[in-house]
Design a protein around this ligand. Structure first.
Ligand code: GDP
Ligand code: FO1
Ligand code: CA
Length: 323
């Protein structure tokens, strides 16, 4: 059984735990968003890859939602003493070790996919972790700042600055995936999609996680041509994201914050979109996506076994596969 999952950070990681629990013998490939990646203090930080790697490897701080368990902050405090900017992004001591290894390997010429493999030698996530691309792609947010009586000033900031420093509170005009036009899918991505028995979209942020993966030239066409069924899972329950601030991103691209809005955004494969199936929460029962098999099941990922039982098994049923 070969399962491919398109994933962002924490929503992707928790869903992958469920996929792994559903079939321990499956060959699971996670294609992970890398457009949140950022270089700070000279270190290359891949937040979504790390969320997935730490979560599946048992080293993720569940309460905080990012970074390592048992973290300490000596380096962050020392950097602040030097006034070394940025001070708004929390780099823990243990986490920094990951970024040091990654940055050294990237500087030595290894592609991100090879670096990720090397990091996974330690974490053994039990799934194959592939960055969506080895090329540098970064989401930037174009801000529309109203000047008193003087029109609108536009400036762009890195997604992390908008998300973490400003908690997505500044009015965003649009997102720009810098570098995406020239990006190529990382080695293995298109091959995994073509060979899959089932393709799943994790309940990740549709705009800054899933759409960026879909934006890498070749991936959308690969999905359209895949013989496997494509089943998505809604990150929106009852008009709000389960965790986090996805509701800040959807309106920027003109999508309603609802399971039906996100489903329509991905579109039914039968009508030129991507999805054969769409899982929504029970509270969103009645959601319609013409041309796709829409099913309502509990979508709260409380633990991997529940995710496996309620969500993954239903997606597999739509895909016509069993364990
Ligand atoms: P990030 O990169 O760390 O922001 O994580 P993702 O993009 O992978 O996922 C973020 C999304 O996960 C948010 O929009 C949440 O709504 C969604 N999410 C988090 N927990 C759950 C859950 O238990 N169930 C569902 N359906 N969605 C969830
Ligand atoms: N999120 C925060 O809200 N504050 C932080 O200081 C922060 C640091 C951080 C460091 C490493 C890492 O892998 C993730 C980190 N995150 C932090 C989470 C991250 O910025 C975002 O939630 C995701 O990139 C959105 O997908
Ligand atoms: Ca992310």
């Amino acid at each position: 059984m070969r399962i491919v999952v398109l994933a962002g950070g924490i929503g992707g990681a928790r869903f992958l735990q469920g996929v792994r629990a559903w079939d321990q013998n499956a060959e699971i490939t996670a294609v992970v968003n890398t457009a949140d990646d950022v270089t700070l203090h000279g270190l290359r930080i891949c937040t979504d890859l790390d969320s997935v790697m730490y979560t599946l490897g048992g080293g993720h701080d569940e309460e905080r939602g990012w970074g390592r368990t048992g973290e300490t902050w000596a380096v962050k405090d020392e950097l602040a003493e030097y006034g070394a900017e940025p001070t708004w992004f929390g780099l823990g001591d243990k986490d920094i070790a990951t970024h040091l290894v990654r940055t050294r390997m990237l500087d030595a010429g290894y592609p991100l996919s090879a670096v990720t493999d090397a990091l996974c030698d330690r974490w053994k996530p039990g799934v194959r972790l592939l960055p969506m691309t080895d090329d540098r792609v970064e989401t930037h947010v174009v801000l529309a700042e109203e000047l008193e009586g003087a029109g609108v000033r536009r400036r762009a900031v890195h997604f992390q600055e908008w998300w973490v420093r400003y908690r997505a509170s500044l009015k965003a005009d649009r997102f720009v995936q810098v570098g995406i036009e020239d990006a190529k899918p990382a080695p293995g991505v298109l091959e995994a999609i073509a060979a899959a028995d089932l393709i799943l979209f994790a309940p990740s942020n549709p705009v800054v996680s899933i759409d960026t993966i879909l934006g890498v030239p070749g991936i959308r066409a690969g999905l359209a041509a895949a013989s496997a069924k494509v089943v998505g899972v809604s990150p929106i329950i009852g008009g709000a994201p389960v965790r986090g601030m996805a509701e800040k991103c959807l309106p920027v691209v003109g999508v309603e914050v609802s399971a039906s809005g996100v489903g329509a955004h991905y579109g039914a494969r039968a009508y030129g979109g991507l999805l054969d199936g769409w899982l929504v929460d029970e509270t969103d029962a009645g959601t319609v996506l013409f041309g796709a098999d829409v099913r309502a099941v509990p979508l709260w990922m409380t633990d991997p076994e529940t995710t496996a039982r309620t969500m993954v098994s239903e997606a597999a049923a739509i895909g016509g596969i069993g364990r």
